[in-house]
Design a protein around this ligand. Structure first.
Ligand SMILES: N[C@@H](CCC(=O)N[C@@H](CS)C(=O)NCC(=O)O)C(=O)O
Length: 202
């Protein structure tokens, strides 16, 4: 398999999932700025939407959208409990989390990276993010991970986007359950490996 990724982008989520799963894959850097691979290949020719992540399976099938990719990865290794079994209520709970992270957190961060958006507008998105982290802080009060005692691909996704609070100067110190959860996820060997491979950690 090939994972098209850009360092520190939302593709870190499937990158973490693949390493947690222990599956063999080739990371292929597709810059979110130049939309080119390192050998100069135009990434739009591979993914017409131009964004990462994208997973290419061994038979050449291409899968887009982070929440779909991480569930595909989790389902390859059911014994690792990276996602509850399909058809169970817990699986819908995981999808509830992945959708929340994608639409309420990930896509609220995205305008903050856009140099053409005014600071006043960015402040609105930052306030929305704070309200979502306040909700998460309550949800994580009595849990090790989003789904309970086990790490799932939802934790890898939330970890990835929560990393962006640092460059965006969003202070999470009012949300101690979130910061404790973030440190718990950061300490996982697979997460450390993924971060190192992307040059985010020494
Ligand atoms: N809907 C996509 C969005 C992916 C996305 O926002 N990717 C960003 C990086 S976090 C990207 O590649 N941006 C560059 C671009 O859109 O050209 C998903 O959830 O996988």
């Amino acid at each position: 398999m090939k994972l098209y990724y850009s360092p520190g982008a939302c593709s870190l989520s499937p990158h973490i999932a693949l390493r947690e799963a222990g599956l063999a894959f080739e990371p292929v850097l597709a810059s979110t700025k130049s939309h080119k691979l390192q050998d100069g290949t135009d990434y739009y020719g591979i993914n017409p939407l131009g964004y990462v992540p994208m997973l290419e399976l061994d038979d050449g099938t291409r899968l887009r959208e982070g929440p779909a990719i991480v569930q595909y990865v989790a389902d390859q290794v059911p014994n690792k409990n990276l996602a509850p079994a399909n058809g169970t209520l817990s699986r819908y709970r995981l999808q509830e989390w992945l959708t929340f992270i994608g639409t309420e957190i990930h896509k609220t961060f995205s305008p903050l990276f856009n140099p053409n958006i005014a600071d006043e507008a960015k402040a609105v998105f930052k306030d929305k993010l704070k309200s979502r982290y306040e909700w998460l802080n309550g949800q994580l009060a009595d849990k090790q991970f989003l789904m309970g005692d086990h790490f799932t691909v939802a934790d890898g996704y939330l970890f990835t986007v929560t990393n962006w609070t640092k460059p965006m100067n969003i202070d999470l110190s009012a949300f101690p359950n979130v910061t404790a959860w973030h440190a718990r996820v950061a300490a996982r060997p697979a997460v450390q490996e993924a971060m190192k491979a992307e040059g985010l950690l020494k």
